[in-house]
Design a protein around this ligand. Structure first.
Ligand code: SAJ
Length: 428
C-alpha cells in the first residue's frame, strides 16, 4: 500500500461530499490521485459532475473544474463505483440528538457501505469529529461485517480537519494535521497519503488521542468564549467597555481573551464539548457551564434591547425590531445553531414585529433600508463586513425610533441621536 501511495497510484474514495469531503476530494484529485466521491444525494452528485459546487467557498469551482478536467475526480451515488479502492476517506456529519447525545447514524451507515466494498489491505480514514473511542468501535464493525482483522487486513485512522469555512483550501494545505491510527502503521500510511498536499506539520498518535485532541481544540475555544462572555456581564456591572478592557488585558504576553458576543453558533463549538463528555462516566462542571453561558447570550441581547425600549418609553409590544444578520458568523451563509436565530426566537412573541436581513442568508427584507424603514430598533446579530460600513446618520432618518443594539462589537462609537446598547458595553 505504501508504494501505491508514494507512486500516486492509490485509488481514493471520499465518502460524503459536504463542506469537508468535497474540498478534500478536490485536493487529492489535484495532487494527482484518482478520486471517486461517494454521495447519497443524487442532486449533489449531478451538480459536482457538471463542475458546480453546492457549498459556498472561495475558489472551489475553479479547483473542482481543474480536478474534473484532469479526469481525476468524479462523483457517484452507486456503491459499486467505489469497490476495491485503496483508500476510503469518511467525511460525514455527526450531529447531536435532542438530548445532546451524538447521532452516529450517518457515520455507521458510511462505514457499513465501506465495509461492503473495501478490499483486504484498504486504508479507512475517518475525518468526521467523533466521540472518543469511536474509531476503534468502527474498526470492530468492519471486522464483524467482513471478518477482516483490524490493523492486519485493513488499516484505520482518525484524521480530524481544522479548517475554517471561508479559507478551507488554504488551511487544508498549511494547517498542521494529526493522524491517529488504530496501529502505528495505519497512522504512517495516512500521514504519507496526506503529505501529497499537506505542507503543514504532521503528527502521528493513536486514534483515541486524535479524537480527544480535536474535541479539546473546540472545547478550549468554547470555554474561552464563555469566559469572555462572563467578562461582558461583569462589564455591565461595573459600567465599563469590556472590549477596551480585553484589548488592554491582551497586551500581557501570555493573555489572549476571546471576544464576547450574542452567542456561539456553527456546527462545531455548540456540539463538540458534548461529544467530548458523552462517553465519560463523570460529569464535568466547567465545560457544561460554559455551554450554558454561551447559550444564554441571546437573552442578554434581549435584555439590552428592552432596556433601550424602556429608555424611550416604548412598550415592547408596540416595537418594530430589525435584526441585522442571521448567519452564525460573519461573511458566512451558515445558520446552523446561529445565536441570531435564537435571538429572533427570544423576542418574536414580545414585540410587535421582527424584521430580518442578512446579505448572505436573506431574511424577511431584501435590504438594510427596507428592514429599518419605520423600525424602532436595529439589532446587529452577525459580524458581516457589510455591517461595518453602514451610514447610521442616513439610516437613522428612515427609522421611527433610533435604537441601536450591537451584539457583535461592530460599533466603536455609537452614532449621534441613537439610544445605544451593546453586549459588554457597560458604559451605556
Ligand atoms: N465566536 C465568539 N467569540 C470569539 C470567537 C468566535 O463569540 O472570540 C463565535 C462566532 O461568532 C461563532 C462561533 O463562536 O458564532 C464559532 O466561531 P468559530 O470562529 O469557532 O468558527 P467555526 O465553528 O466555524 O470553526 C471552529 C474552528 N475551531 C477552532 O478555531 C479551534 C475551526 O478551526 C474548526 O475546524 C471548526 O470549528 C470545526 O470544524 O471544528
Amino acid at each position: 500500500m505504501m508504494e501505491r501511495i508514494e507512486k500516486g497510484e492509490a485509488k481514493i474514495a471520499v465518502i460524503g461530499l459536504g463542506y469537508i469531503g468535497l474540498p478534500t476530494a478536490i485536493m487529492f484529485a489535484n495532487a494527482g490521485f484518482q478520486v471517486t466521491g461517494y454521495e447519497i444525494r443524487e442532486e449533489v452528485v449531478e451538480e459536482i459532475n457538471s463542475g458546480k459546487a453546492h457549498i459556498v467557498e472561495p475558489d472551489i469551482e475553479n479547483l473542482l473544474r481543474e480536478a474534473i478536467r484532469r479526469g481525476n475526480l468524479r462523483a457517484t451515488s452507486n456503491p459499486d463505483d467505489i469497490r476495491d479502492m485503496d483508500v476510503y476517506i469518511v467525511c460525514v456529519q455527526t450531529p447531536l440528538n435532542e438530548d445532546k447525545s451524538p447521532d452516529l447514524g450517518y457515520l455507521e451507515s458510511a462505514i457499513k457501505t465501506v465495509a461492503g466494498v473495501m478490499k483486504r489491505g484498504s486504508l479507512v480514514v475517518i475525518e468526521s469529529t467523533v466521540p472518543p473511542l469511536t474509531t476503534v468501535k468502527m474498526a470492530s464493525l468492519i471486522e464483524k461485517i467482513r471478518g477482516f482483522k483490524a490493523g492486519e487486513d485493513f488499516y484505520m485512522v482518525h484524521a480530524p480537519e481544522r479548517v475554517m469555512p471561508g479559507r478551507i483550501f488554504r488551511e487544508l494545505v498549511y494547517n498542521s494535521r494529526i493522524f491517529g491510527g488504530i496501529t502505528p502503521e495505519s497512522a504512517e500510511l495516512a500521514e504519507r497519503l496526506y503529505r501529497s498536499f499537506v505542507k503543514g506539520q504532521t503528527f502521528k498518535t493513536s486514534s483515541t488521542v486524535s479524537e480527544v485532541v480535536k474535541l479539546m481544540e473546540n472545547t478550549f475555544r468554547d470555554v474561552n468564549i464563555a469566559l469572555a462572555n462572563e467578562f461582558a456581564y461583569l462589564a455591565h456591572q461595573y459600567g465599563i467597555n469590556v472590549f477596551e478592557a480585553i484589548e488592554l488585558a491582551n497586551t500581557h504576553p501570555r493573555v489572549r481573551i476571546h471576544l464576547p458576543g450574542i452567542g456561539v453558533g456553527g456546527h462545531c463549538l455548540p456540539k463538540d464539548p458534548h461529544l467530548l463528555l458523552w462517553p465519560a462516566k463523570d460529569d464535568f462542571g466547567l465545560i457544561r457551564l460554559a455551554r450554558e453561558v454561551n447559550d444564554g447570550m441571546p437573552l442578554l441581547a434581549k435584555d439590552l434591547l428592552f432596556s433601550a425600549l424602556k429608555a424611550v418609553n416604548l412598550p415592547p409590544e408596540k416595537a418594530v425590531v430589525a435584526v441585522l444578520g442571521l448567519a452564525y458568523k460573519g461573511n458566512s451563509d451558515d445558520v446552523r445553531n446561529s445565536p441570531a436565530l435564537a435571538f429572533v426566537d427570544e423576542i418574536k412573541d414580545d414585540v410587535k414585529e421582527v424584521r430580518t436581513y442578512d446579505p448572505f442568508v436573506g431574511g424577511s427584507c431584501g435590504t438594510v433600508e427596507e428592514a429599518l424603514h419605520g423600525a424602532d430598533a436595529a439589532v446587529i446579530a452577525t459580524d458581516h463586513d457589510a455591517f461595518r460600513e453602514l451610514n447610521w446618520e442616513e439610516l437613522g432618518k428612515l427609522m421611527r425610533t433610533r435604537i441601536l443594539v450591537d451584539g457583535r462589537h461592530l460599533i466603536e462609537k455609537p452614532p449621534e441621536g441613537f439610544v445605544f446598547r451593546g453586549i459588554g458595553r457597560g458604559e451605556y
